[in-house]
Design a protein around this ligand. Structure first.
Ligand code: CP
Length: 339
């Protein structure tokens, strides 16, 4: 349950108007965002509204019939140039639970393989009547380029661009953290692993800073340049220092596909120095919670025993919360913007 820092509103969501009245009209600021490309430019009020809306939508996920008509007639296109298990299916289900028409545009079988440009892909999506496009791309910055090619009335959501940002992951992480802790301001989070290549780390840094979290990042020097301290976070190359007295430990996936040769001596060495297990996590606070955006390299970032220990691990909750958070985002960006 979201507590204390975020207001709770109990609503009966059957019609779009219900949400509009119960959530949006109770607020003293207007939701104006049509797209979400980054957590950098999110206002605190916007973050708060996303979390409250997600909390309301999470109730739908407990129903026998998980369907409300909120986005009936709206076209949502998943445009994934890079592999995904969680994010793509989470957006697909979120759109379907809200009665949107969701299409998965499979890049591996599309004309992109025949050399179609981003501009032509954008035109195609516009002509097909897209209301929202969710894009993941292996290169940083592509969602921002696509935004310049699309009219402003089409919502664009960054589902991960290269090493740059993954804003919806950070928002679902925050939702999960707020479920676990009464207050997040002043609480210590240690983000551990391949920080250099992590869009999840960057989006979380921008987001959690706004909420006043005490952010520590940790990894081997080859995967964590000292310059990260310019982001206002504390940099550690020693795991014990980073996780000592932490309220939250977030392990990051070691991104094999983005490693240039020689950044780590071996996976065994990485696990010995930076992998989390039941022994090492004892340095953190007694009730510490473990997050991981997935997919988990078991035995590398974290042992299987710890990843599956529900006394610590919120990994499954992150996945479930991801659907509610993405429902909230689709609703706010497509339906509520400007209302
Ligand atoms: N967390 C995350 O982005 O997972 P996927 O790559 O499976 O979408």
């Amino acid at each position: 349950m979201i507590k204390k820092e975020t207001e709770e509103i109990k609503i009966n969501i059957t019609k779009p108007e219900d949400i509009n009245i119960e959530i949006l009209e109770k607020r003293d600021f207007k939701w104006n965002k049509k797209s979400l490309l980054s957590t950098r430019d999110l206002l605190k009020e916007e973050i708060d509204l996303i979390l409250i809306t997600a909390k309301s939508f999470s109730e739908i996920l407990t129903r026998a019939v998980k369907k409300v008509p909120t986005l009936r007639g709206k076209v949502i296109i998943n445009l994934f140039y890079e592999n995904s298990t969680r994010t793509r299916s989470s957006f697909e289900l979120a759109g379907k639970y809200l009665s949107g028409d969701v299409t998965n545009f499979s890049v591996s079988t599309s004309s992109v393989k025949k050399g179609e440009t981003l501009q032509d892909t954008a035109q195609t999506l516009i002509q097909m009547g897209a209301d929202a496009v969710i894009i993941r791309h292996q290169h940083s910055g592509i969602p921002f380029q696509l935004a310049k090619l699309m009219p402003e009335n089409i919502s664009l959501i960054n589902a991960g661009d290269g090493t740059n940002e993954h804003p919806t992951q950070a928002l679902l992480d925050l939702y999960t953290i707020k479920e676990a802790l009464d207050i997040v301001s002043g609480r210590k989070i240690a983000i551990v692993g391949d920080i250099l290549h992590s869009r999840v780390a960057r989006s979380n840094i921008w987001l959690l800073q706004k909420l006043g979290m005490d952010i520590h990042v940790c990894g081997p020097p080859t995967l964590l340049p000292k310059s990260f301290s310019d982001y206002g976070v504390k940099v550690h190359w020693n795991l014990n220092d980073a996780i000592k007295d932490a309220d939250i430990v977030m392990a990051l996936r070691l991104q094999m596909e983005r490693q240039s040769k020689g950044l780590i001596p071996s996976l065994d060495e990485y696990h010995r120095l930076f992998g989390l297990d039941h022994e090492k996590i004892k340095l953190a606070k007694k009730n510490v919670k473990l997050l991981h955006p997935g997919p988990v390299n078991r035995g590398v970032e974290v042992t299987s025993e710890l990843a599956d220990d529900l006394n610590y691990s919120l990994i499954n909750k992150q996945v479930a919360n991801g659907v509610a958070v993405r429902m909230a985002l689709l609703y706010l960006l497509i339906f509520a913007a400007g209302k």
